[in-house]
Design a protein around this ligand. Structure first.
Ligand code: DGT
Ligand code: CA
Ligand code: CA
Ligand code: ZN
Length: 620
């Protein structure tokens, strides 16, 4: 069992204890143990053989150490077996549905004896949930919605979750003697946010040895088929992987075909047919004659097209651009110089400011923003006005300890249900960087939600909107605001829209980011990291941006610090457009003192001759 497997079982023990109404201390102890195990670099299977090593871990006492030993030895523990016998897996999974925490699941289980998904859906449809203590009409409707969302995504896995394993499989095959090329094609190569299955392509080497290496990987649980040129397996995650062994003269054609999308392929084939040729996974041919097939580039070239990045192959106009030679130069991970959304132990993050800063430096960031939550998120230790002022001192002290990165004093401020921000303008003015986010009232009617967001975007202290739609892939639908109007307002206000890199957010989506780009919006790509490890997720945000056709110039945090810091205060100093809608005090404070930018003073050279505010706020 890997540490991740062990952590997952400890986590599920915690949920089951919680559902049974066990002592909250015991619940928390198991959750904490799961976290500790998942963060250990050394495998538990190695640690168990060293006397006292497990007990030396923080939060792991005798009892938990024994459970870890049982898990390593047998894959289970007596306590988990007993709990499982009482509470089925599907009931534990209910806690992942939006709106159903362990307490409500306990009620469902105890009062209605609901033991599976079908039972939950039937009960909700029959209106038997709303009368339960702690439920009500709205919760019942939300459960139905959450069930529908979950089933629409079922069977697909998040790109980020399968990323390491997919590469491990590809590396296993690449290590076979004589193998020349290995590619993970399909939706994975297009960097879609979720994948239905993996499509591996291999050329070179002896096919038999390739199939042997592939089908015997540790994570393979079933071999669904094994042939000379194609094998299929199922992984322990449930995901299917197809591997095709293809000759090198048609590798490019196979890669093109199996990368898809199907719609993109159909458009390409139409172009070939118009020229009297044919295109399939073996090559581009004219009668018997092979015109191209070894590389994708030569096939695109023959068809009169520039090579198209896989992320754009969704039949959304990329072929016209490739024909005209006007494809965008897509942003790359190395273009990003900063991460402007992250949390520390001061709110709900797991790591200290120093740990986050050091990890950001190690990643090569030139500047970062530390953005804790605001007070509306009491559960997450959100900051009130006084805490923000104290925070400014803490950030200044951190700057003193870390000279080789610029640290912005930021905050992730809640957008309240009516569009008011969770903190007053004077407090916002203390901050260098203000991200606004929706963390409540997710199910407002479209007009209400649109008005709410439009209002929030007009606050002159705001720099960016975090995870704009609030959707969680597989469990929460986006807030129903009108993206068209929101994008227009964000563009005219100069507020950047975030592409949040968290595996199950990736919000904005590709489609929404594309729309926002067309309306002239600027973007930021951030991790929203709650731990140092999560700072690594930035690449998934970049993938989403590439799928939207974004270039480095579209993304604010690609700018070097001198330009970036020079553009931060512009909006605060501009005269307010809608003075009537604003409290008078805020306007005054803006007029009398410049926006606080202590971090900016740390730059060696002052940003020379700042461009006019309006221009600085817009790039591209
Ligand atoms: P997925 O696995 O659902 O996330 O999405 P894909 O795009 O990986 O789809 P998949 O695995 O069914 O097939 C891989 C690629 O093979 C697909 O993107 C395009 C190509 N392909 C599959 N079936 C067809 C087809 O019927 N016609 C054409 N033109 N291409 C196809
Ligand atoms: Ca696929
Ligand atoms: Ca497939
Ligand atoms: Zn956040």
């Amino acid at each position: 069992m890997s540490n991740a497997d062990i952590a997952r079982i400890l986590e599920r023990i915690a949920i089951r204890l919680d559902i049974e109404g066990a002592n909250p201390f015991r619940v928390r102890a198991h959750k904490e143990a799961a976290r500790i195990v998942s963060e250990q670099g050394e495998p538990m299977s190695a640690m168990v053989s060293r006397e006292g090593a497990l007990e030396a871990l923080p939060g792991i006492g005798k009892d938990l150490a024994q459970k870890i030993r049982d898990l390593v030895a047998t894959g289970s523990t007596p306590m988990h077996d007993e709990l499982k016998a009482r509470i089925p897996d599907e009931v534990v999974d209910f806690t992942e549905l939006q709106g159903l925490g362990p307490k409500r699941v306990r009620t469902l289980f105890a009062e209605l004896q609901i033991r599976d998904r079908a039972g939950l859906e039937a009960a909700a449809k029959a209106g038997r949930l709303k009368g339960l203590p702690g439920f009500g009409e709205k919760v019942e409707q939300n459960v139905l919605k959450a069930l529908a969302t979950a089933s629409a995504w079922s069977g697909r896995v998040l790109l980020a979750r399968i990323w390491p394993l997919a590469h491990a499989l590809a590396e296993r095959v690449a290590a076979v003697k004589g193998v020349a090329q290995v590619e993970l094609a399909g939706s994975f190569r297009r960097r879609k946010e979720t994948v239905g299955d993996l499509d591996l392509l291999v050329c070179g080497g002896d096919a038999e040895s390739v199939m042997q290496a592939f089908t015997t990987h540790e994570s393979v649980t079933d071999v669904l088929g094994r042939g000379e040129t194609k094998s299929s397996v199922r992984l322990d995650t449930g995901l299917q992987v197809d591997l095709r062994h293809v000759p090198s003269e048609s590798f490019g054609a196979a890669l093109l075909y199996f990368t898809g999308s199907k719609e993109h392929n159909i458009e390409l084939r139409r172009i070939a047919i118009d020229k009297g040729w044919s295109l399939n996974e073996y090559g581009l041919t004219q009668g018997e004659k092979l015109l191209a097939g070894r590389t994708e580039e030569e096939i695109y070239a023959k068809l009169g097209l520039d090579w198209i990045a896989p992320e754009l192959r969704e039949a959304r106009g990329e072929i016209e651009l490739a024909r005209a030679g006007t494809l965008p130069k897509l942003i790359e991970l190395s273009d990003l110089r900063a991460d402007l959304h992250m949390h520390t132990t001061r709110s709900d993050g797991r790591d200290s400011i120093d740990a986050m800063v050091e990890a950001a430096i190690a990643r090569g960031h030139e500047y970062i923003a530390i953005t804790e939550h605001s007070k509306a998120l009491a559960m997450a230790n959100g900051f009130d006005a006084a805490r923000v002022r104290k925070s400014a001192i803490e950030i200044e002290a951190a700057r003193g300890r870390h000279k080789n990165i610029h640290i912005l004093h930021g905050l992730e401020v809640d957008i309240l249900a009516d569009g008011e921000l969770d903190l007053d303008d004077d407090t916002l003015n203390v901050l260098d960087w203000v991200v606004i986010s929706i963390h409540s009232a997710f199910t407002q009617a479209p007009e209400v939600a649109t008005a709410r967001v439009l209002r929030a975007l007009q606050n002159p202290f705001v720099h960016a909107m975090g995870h704009p739609t609030g959707r969680i892939i597989g469990s929460r639908e986006p807030v129903a605001f009108d993206m068209e109007q929101v994008a227009q307002m964000a563009a005219s206000e100069g507020v950047a829209l975030e592409i949040n890199s968290a595996a199950d957010r990736l919000d904005l989506s590709d489609v929404n980011a594309r729309l926002a780009r067309e309306r002239g919006c600027r973007f930021v790509i951030d991790t929203d990291a709650h731990s140092t490890n999560a700072l690594e997720n930035l690449r998934f945000g970049v993938f989403q941006a590439r799928r939207a056709g974004l270039t480095a110039a579209d993304v604010w945090n690609t700018q070097p610090w001198s330009r970036f810091s020079g553009s931060l205060g512009a909006r605060r100093k501009a005269p307010r457009k809608t003075a009537a809608a604003r409290p008078a005090s805020a306007g005054k404070s803006v007029a009398t003192k410049p926006a606080a930018r202590p971090a900016a003073e740390r730059t060696a050279k002052k940003p020379a001759a700042k461009p006019p505010a309006a221009k600085a706020r817009r790039n591209s």
